[in-house]
Design a protein around this ligand. Sequence first.
Ligand code: UDP
Length: 455
Amino acid sequence: MESNEGEAQEKHVLLVPYPSQGHVNPILQFAKRLAFFGLKPTLAVTRFLLKTSPPEPGLVGIEPISDGFDEGGYAQAESIPAYLARFESVGPETLDAVVRSGKYKAVIYDAFLPWVLEVGKKYGLVTAAFFTQSCAVDAVLGHVYKGRVSLPWTEPELLLDGLPGLGPNDLPSFLSDPVDGPYPAYLQLVLNQFLGLEKADEVFINSVYELEPQEAEWMKKEWGAKTIGPTIPSKYLDNQIPGDTHYGFHLFAGADRCNEWLDAQPPRSVIYVSFGSMANLDHESMRELAKGLEITGKPFLWVVRASERGKLEENFNGEGKGRVCEWSEQLEVLGHGSVGCFVTHCGWNSTVEALAAGMAMVAVPQWTDQPMNGKYVEGVWGVGVRARKDENGVVRGEEIGRCVMEVMEEGDKSGEIWENASKWKRLSVEAMMEGGSSYNNILGFVEKYYGRVRV
Ligand code: UDP
């Protein structure tokens, strides 16, 4: 128990997320874990996010900082490089004002924002980088950062220490096609995660050791990294943190969620489809996906964000079989007894959530780390089937239908997938229970820098 003010000061930790849905969620959840172990965490959130979708952080405090776009956020910037450059020039100053208070002992920052390290060092704070992607993806990027892979990689197989053999379609998209569209800026962003990393006191990865032990060991050997995931609300994992029932941060809050409809469906009958907060499918891919769902003849719940709705036929509902909603309570849906398959873009958070829920997947990766997550879903964890693109780079409706049926229709393949899914669910939960791999790594951090603070 806190004995005096001085001791209370000693418990503070500042966490700095990159301001997007898939990055705020995991770091906010990690902050809640630290609170569970007795620390007093505060999240530094951009003014734009605070204005538009303020997190409900529970035990976690909030400090506003600026990315230089307080009115419009990312959408206000001319381009990705312009956004990142302005964030890097305005961010340190506003963060400096927060850190200068002397309140914090440590700063944990999203590795997308390597400049936070310098602000932390300037004030003598303990510094910890937080990688939001898988160990496997981080390891590949680490090899690229060290100059061991020539880009773009188009050879049939890439063999790297700590990783399985990878084809061009298994790699993060920036590596096999780094010269197209916005990719150079994103490639730079993901490689910059390693900038100055050797100076960080700790490196955390939002993953589970047991899911990818070889890859985690490689990241440990090279950068001393430790796994601390899955960073999903305790209610859906270990159920040890009272009140930790949801992320508390929704960019699309208030949208129609359709969850009641699920209650009326038979067990394991529904296909849940979501491509996360950012993916933009082209019109043709949307039409094919709609066709694929209809081919299966099964009920579906499809999340189509308002900005994407125009790509679908008006009032499309698969001839009454399905529902289209703008945003879902995804964790609630993945744990719902009527859902029998998750058609996913394989964003890392969605992948981890499905693994922890023991849900089988159809992987339809789009870009960035998603192809590699899709490869692991099918080829390493065996918890799903990856849909193949045709020669024009489109996943056809027939292919979606085939994959869904493999997962949902009874048979050897489906049986194996569901067996694996329940194994990974168990291992994900165990990692966060007392003595588990993530539990030990989080407790180790708290004890090393804060002493025994848990009450
Ligand atoms: N999500 C949600 N409802 C939806 C779609 C997504 O709550 O309808 C959440 C999902 O649970 C996950 C996050 O949004 O935590 C998406 O992160 P992910 O890394 O999967 O994809 P991204 O949005 O970064 O592409």
